[in-house]
Ligand binder design. Structure first.
Ligand code: GLU
Length: 461
């Protein structure tokens, strides 16, 4: 039997973390079993579904590398649903409940439960199509949660369509899963209570029951359900903040599952080979933005220089010319610091620690004095000595290592703070910056000497 899984998002919002993990698990399971992965857009809710969201889902899946084998949109399939509705009515498994009957039903619900049942629509009462519930116990073996039993009596005769042309969610899910040959339904735990209804419909249609696996909820750090306000960031936003798709895939695969060897960093292929539904946990999985950043950092460290440069480009200021010498020199320095590529924005911004590469910040002259020995004459002496040493290094070999090795004996003899603090300030004008050897190499020999001379001038004035 070929395994067929599906991801069936409703395009009523941007594609975010919660749905992403569901898609990922379904995709992994299909790939692992050399099966098929279907993307099905569930747009039966006409008011809330938007094309923009559908596009966002498709683009995000593509960016993450979760390619699908088949694509469907429920709004293209109305005629087929209609045939099934007519079939269910003809076989006595469903019936048209008139507006009058609906009014009586509403009253009965109030008498029975002391309040109106959850309104199925806020519109005035009108005819609907209801499923004739056989009122029985339904049980299934959930692939993750084990045996699950429900008494369907309390569901009553539930609505399966507003009319023949407007089926509702429960019905279309069942029809599509059957028609598309889906074998394994892996979806969020919030759908577990829908499963008995869907099984009843399948039985009424005389179709086989499928395999269900309900994936634990994703929780925010305070253990509440992940929501738009709490951590449910659209995948497209991660993309625009400069997260790497591999890091997202890796981190999300570990939300609710972990391999038996507990290795954390895994490629998608490794995840596919190690994944097992038996190892998916039942309890909710906590989403931790900091941990996601940690994964991103690990993936950034693994990038080649060329790939790092490519990912950096959208976040770099205009004055950094791609493929220029400055750009090449910056790459290892930036790689050391960047957690997500959007960090580059701040680093090169007005008060950023890399701003000095372009232009030295304004700084008060007293800042050139080492706090433990605020002596002007000593600072002038050290900066002048440093200048002489730097003159011995050729512009073409003005690297951080070479700068460090010509200065180091002097630094050791005269004190690190005493020599390096004035030098850092002279080169960058900032408290926070890369070390002075790196800073000197980044701005180059000519500019370094110019800035040191300016500092000496200010101290001697
Ligand atoms: N369309 C449903 C949702 O977006 C998913 C239905 C299902 O997976 O069965 O939550």
């Amino acid at each position: 039997m070929t395994v067929v899984t599906r991801f069936a998002p409703s395009p009523t919002g941007y594609f975010h973390a919660g749905s992403y993990r569901t898609a990922l698990f379904s995709w992994i399971y299909a790939r692992q079993n050399k099966g098929k992965f279907i993307l099905r857009i569930e747009d039966t809710d006409k008011e809330r579904s938007k094309k923009e969201y559908e596009e966002n889902i498709v683009e995000s899946l593509t960016w993450l590398g979760l390619e699908y084998d088949e694509f469907y949109r429920q709004s293209d399939r109305t005629d087929m649903y209609k045939k099934y509705i007519q079939q269910l009515i003809a076989s006595g498994h469903a019936y048209v409940s008139t507006a009058e009957q609906e009014a009586i039903r509403a009253k009965e619900m109030v008498a029975k439960f002391g309040k109106a049942a959850k309104p199925e629509s806020s519109e005035p009462l009108r005819s609907v199509i209801r499923f004739k519930n056989p009122n029985k116990k339904v049980a299934f073996d959930d692939l993750i949660r084990g045996r699950v039993e429900f008494d369907t009596t309390e569901l009553g005769d539930f609505v399966i369509a507003k009319n023949e042309d407007e089926p509702v969610f429960h019905l279309v899910v069942v029809i599509d899963d059957h028609e598309m040959g889906v074998t394994h339904i892996l979806r969020g735990e919030e759908h577990i209570s829908n499963t008995p209804r869907q099984i009843l419909i399948l039985e009424a249609l005389g179709k086989p029951i499928l395999q269900y696996g309900h994936i634990p909820l994703l929780l925010a750090s305070d253990r509440s359900k992940l929501s738009k306000r709490k951590g449910a960031v659209p995948v497209s936003e991660y993309r625009s903040r400069g997260y790497l798709p591999g890091a997202l895939v890796n981190y999300f695969a570990l939300l609710g599952w972990h391999p038996s060897d507990d290795v954390e960093i895994m490629s998608l292929d490794e995840i596919v080979s190690k994944f097992s539904l038996e190892r998916v946990q039942k309890g909710g999985a906590i989403f931790d933005e900091e941990k996601l950043k940690w994964f991103n950092r690990q993936y950034i460290l693994k990038l080649s220089d060329a790939d790092f440069a490519e990912h950096s480009k959208p976040f770099l200021p205009e004055w950094i010319v791609p493929n220029s010498d400055t750009f090449r020199k910056l790459i290892p320095v930036l790689r050391d610091k960047v957690v997500i590529f959007a960090d580059l924005h701040d680093m090169f911004g007005a008060n950023g620690e890399m701003a000095f590469v372009h232009r030295i910040a304004e700084y008060p002259t007293d800042k050139l004095l080492w706090k433990k020995n605020p002596d002007r004459a000593a600072s002038v002496k050290h900066l002048s000595a440093v200048k002489e040493f730097l003159l011995t290094v050729a512009e073409s070999s003005f690297s951080a290592e070479n700068v460090k090795s010509v200065l180091w004996p002097y630094v050791e003899t005269n004190g690190k703070g005493d020599v390096l603090w004035p030098l850092r300030m002279a080169l960058t004008g900032q408290d926070k910056s890369p070390d002075p050897f790196v800073s000197a190499a980044l701005i180059g020999k000519t500019e370094s000497l110019k800035r040191i001379e300016a500092a000496i001038g200010r101290l001697s004035a």
